[in-house]
Design a binder for this molecule. Structure first.
Ligand code: 5GP
Ligand code: MN
Length: 369
């Protein structure tokens, strides 16, 4: 496995962490398995290596119930619920480690609270240092002292595990045999969770052999990968199952010629089915099971703001991230991206039509073969 860190980055990693006493680990708004997995694994790993450091994980807002079983997830501070208690912790931070996002904007109000601590936000150089560990495209320039950004890797958990291995003083052999304390079973569980969720249980973004080498190491730390799968994916409420039926039977619109499907979800429907935040997770993936489908679009009314959240999923080479950036002010990965439309559902649908029209040549590619 080729290293992902340079010697310089390894030295900077060690010096930034060794100098820190008050470490804040953050993740993006609407935390997913990769965000919570990487933050919890990193927190536990740092605490073992730097027992004197004071370490907190702060998430911008709540994360879904199906991630609550993740080791140490119960210790995560939720910024938008406990702003007053969390602000002094942020103020005291001398090192911020951002996991699974490359822009302060993706932390919403937590990003606003952190920005003034950083040189890019006007703070004196060196007051609070910042490390970014991520796999999204186009990290915000200048926010971190150390940027570890690998859009080619499956997940932040994969990036993090490789960082842990490359910065560890253990021998190559010790790292491969699951011994000598490279990871604890809990850390391995967190790391596996992020790799699994960000690849749809290894059905996309996971063709590179390295990820399976890493998983083989994680298994040696005693993770129960079958249980992790059930913990994350077999947790629907009865209502959520009914919603799935409703969405597929009533709400799924298939634009056959464009190999595209569109589903919309309103707050009225959310109330009708008693659907909590996060419970729409995964619905966007379903239409891609239809033969010939290349793009799936899911539009849902935001629960807090007058806007429509857009989720895009694709197969093969269709670039969801480019469509998201061009039409929905967002971004993401090639096969999974998102953004938003500040307007009504009709506005959002009109924009989706425009976007699909623009990408029609790519969507129809191969039709005459
Ligand atoms: P989801 O559809 O699950 O909300 O998002 C899928 C992926 O798209 C996320 O993992 C993230 O990488 C990206 N994404 C979603 N919303 C945004 C956004 O507003 N801005 C950016 N830059 N990326 C987003
Ligand atoms: Mn991720």
């Amino acid at each position: 496995m080729e290293p992902i860190l340079t010697e310089q980055q390894i030295a900077l990693w060690h010096s930034l962490i060794a100098a820190a006493r008050h470490i804040v680990i953050t993740c993006h708004r609407g935390p997913d398995g990769d965000a919570i997995g990487s933050a919890t694994a990193l927190s536990s790993w740092l605490q073992r290596h730097y027992p004197e450091a004071d370490i907190h994980i702060i998430a911008p807002n709540i994360f879904p119930d199906f991630l609550k079983w993740i080791p140490e997830a119960e210790d995560i501070l939720i910024y938008d619920k406990h702003e007053d208690e969390v602000n002094p912790i942020i103020e005291a931070a001398d090192l911020v480690i951002m996991c699974d996002h490359g822009e302060l904007k993706r932390m919403a109000t937590l990003g606003d609270a952190i920005r003034p601590l950083l040189p890019s936000g006007g703070a004196p150089e060196g007051r609070t240092r910042c490390i970014m560990i991520d796999h999204h495209l186009d990290p915000e320039p200048g926010i971190a002292d150390l940027v570890i950004s690998h859009p080619d890797l499956s997940s932040t958990c994969e990036v993090l595990m490789r960082v842990m291995m490359e910065t560890s003083p253990l021998s190559h052999r010790e790292k491969l045999v699951g011994g000598a304390g490279l990871l604890t079973q809990s850390e391995a569980t967190s790391l596996y969770t992020g790799m699994m969720t960000d690849t749809g249980a290894f059905t996309y973004a996971s063709n590179r052999p390295e990820i399976f080498e890493l998983i083989s190491i994680l298994l040696q730390y005693g993770i129960d990968k079958d249980k992790i799968y059930r913990n994350v994916f077999f947790t629907y409420s009865h209502n959520r199952m009914k919603l799935m039926g409703y969405m597929l039977y009533v709400k799924l619109d298939v634009w056959k010629k464009a190999h595209t499907s569109v589903m919309t979800f309103t707050n009225a429907e959310r109330r009708r089915f008693g659907i909590l935040n996060g419970d729409t997770e995964g619905l966007v993936n379903l239409p891609l099971q239809i033969l010939g489908m290349k793009l799936s679009v899911f539009l849902r009314e935001d629960t807090e703001h007058p806007c429509i959240r857009v989720s895009l999923r694709s197969v093969d080479d269709f670039p969801c991230n480019e469509m998201a950036a061009e039409f929905f002010g967002g971004g993401g990965h090639k096969n999974a991206a998102g953004g938003e439309v500040w307007g009504t559902m009709d506005d959002a649908l009109a924009l989706v039509k425009k976007a699909v029209q623009k990408y029609m040549p790519l969507l129809k590619e191969g039709d005459n073969k």
